[in-house]
Design a protein around this ligand. Structure first.
Ligand SMILES: [Zn+2]
Length: 198
């Protein structure tokens, strides 16, 4: 199944119980004090089977970028449809470029792609709530759990676009020592069939 079957929907039209968790278009202050607007437009995913069948890029299915565990809000974890911000397609495109440049398969961690604003890791302050970030634990046979591999692949990711940010290696705040975090900033995508009028 190609990504062409994806149809964007306006989060503001979702049932209240979903809006309470996804907070479409609402503002949130990040850990630096900067205010960002949470994603408003989502792809509606009907089942895990669909998520596994939808290829956002030649080597990345949607399922790989929305896999979360029990720290996700119950409604968003156990019931379908699931909702994923439309900017996830930009992340998949970048990961495909990264895979090509790294010349090896790229493995995204559980909880390492999209996490909703209601997820217990980071919540709405985390850029993962935009669907524009990925935590990568392995590339080919290399595990990203040491300075050498994180810095090597971080440099490759950074070289691909000025939009990319890679967390530096380390154990401090904003650093990582057991995966490679990369993101594209607080990007949102409005599907062409959707209106931002209200
Ligand atoms: Zn991350």
């Amino acid at each position: 199944m190609s990504a062409e079957v994806l149809r964007g929907s306006d989060g503001l039209n979702l049932p209240q119980e979903y809006r309470a968790l996804l907070r479409p278009g609402e503002t949130e202050t990040d850990l630096r004090g900067n205010v960002h607007r949470l994603p408003r437009f989502f792809y509606e995913i009907g089942s895990w089977q669909e998520a596994h069948e939808i290829r956002l890029a030649p080597h990345f299915t949607l399922a790989e970028l929305m896999l979360v565990d029990c720290r996700e809000a119950r409604l968003l974890l156990s019931q379908f449809p699931h909702y994923v911000p439309c900017a996830i397609v930009l992340l998949a495109k970048f990961l495909e470029d990264f895979r090509r440049e790294a010349d090896a398969p790229v493995f995204v961690s559980a909880n390492g792609g999209y996490r909703s604003p209601a997820h217990q890791i980071g919540g709405a302050k985390s850029i993962h709530a935009w669907g524009t970030a990925a935590d990568i634990f392995r590339i080919g046979d290399t595990f990203l759990d040491n300075a050498k591999s994180i810095e090597k692949y971080g440099a490759i990711a950074s070289s691909l676009s000025p939009a990319v940010f890679v967390r530096p290696f380390g154990a401090g705040v904003g650093e990582t020592d057991d995966h490679l975090h990369l993101d594209l900033g607080f990007a949102s995508l409005t599907p062409r069939e959707c209106s931002e009028a209200s």
